[in-house]
Design a protein around this ligand. Structure first.
Ligand code: FAD
Length: 147
């Protein structure tokens, strides 16, 4: 099997409409992602906030590349910026075909994402922003139950 790789990217959402409609479309993306990723051994986590997405994808290089190419062509977002891409020994999100941290989950002052601005990370587009997103998603997901 080819070596595991991990990619962290962020993008700007093009999903329009009221908040509930945007959240519903994101849930549809999530459902499709879980089905597709499970079939090709991809795991990861998706964040949606401030009209931006951030996503961590991990898995063998070949299916990872195929999935990411598909994602980049998706008309529901644009300005896709890769923040980190690295070979890795271990998955950070084992058991998660796609974990999710959305706007609802960021509510509450003590939540790990409460004081994080995805818009700022998106504007910065730095490797450090990628590590911050990865760390925050790990904190959120580690306390949840895999879907
Ligand atoms: P279908 O879901 O049947 O879609 C067929 C085509 O229609 C695709 O080109 C798709 O992009 C397009 N499409 C579907 N619904 C809409 C819509 N409502 N508006 C406009 N175009 C639409 N896919 C994964 O497999 N794994 C992931 O982890 C993943 N993460 C994503 C993260 C983000 C932020 C976004 C925006 C999309 C993500 N996707 C992911 C979806 C991905 O971009 C493709 O849409 C999906 O993989 C295609 O699945 P499918 O081949 O089963 O085709």
């Amino acid at each position: 099997m080819s070596q595991l790789h991990r990619i962290v990217y962020c993008s700007r959402s093009l999903i329009e409409g009221p908040r509930a409609a945007r959240e519903a479309e994101t849930r549809r993306i999530l459902a499709r992602s879980r089905r597709n990723n499970g079939a090709v051994n991809i795991t990861g986590a998706l964040m949606f906030s401030d009209d931006c997405f951030a996503q961590v994808l991990e898995g063998p290089l070949e299916p990872l590349t195929r999935v990411f190419e598909r994602i980049q062509r998706d008309p529901r977002h644009h300005d896709v910026a890769v923040l980190n891409m690295e070979a890795t020994e271990n998955r950070y999100f084992p058991g998660w075909t796609m974990a999710y941290a959305g706007e609802d989950e960021t509510k509450g002052d003590r939540h790990p994402l409460a004081h994080f601005s995805l818009q700022t990370a998106f504007a910065a587009r730095t490797e450090a922003a990628g590590h911050e997103i990865l760390d925050l998603l790990r904190k959120v997901v580690v306390s949840a139950v895999p879907a």
